[in-house]
Write a new protein. Structure first.
Length: 59
């Protein structure tokens, strides 16, 4: 099964960023999240889109 959402820690590791940077990207609306109980999960599609946009030179 394909990963649909990932934890903040897993997203940070995958992107090579710290947790603070991940939360900043969430606050800026550049990463989409879902809440399941007390957990904040980041949609995998938004992580891919962030990387694709960065590769295309989109700020």
């Amino acid at each position: 099964m394909e990963t649909i959402a990932t934890s903040v820690n897993e997203a940070a590791k995958a992107l090579g960023l710290g947790r603070t940077s991940i939360y900043r990207l969430i606050h800026e609306g550049r990463l989409e999240t879902i809440k399941l109980g007390r957990r904040t999960l980041i949609k995998a599609a938004s992580v891919r889109r962030l990387v694709d946009d960065a590769g295309a030179g989109v700020p």
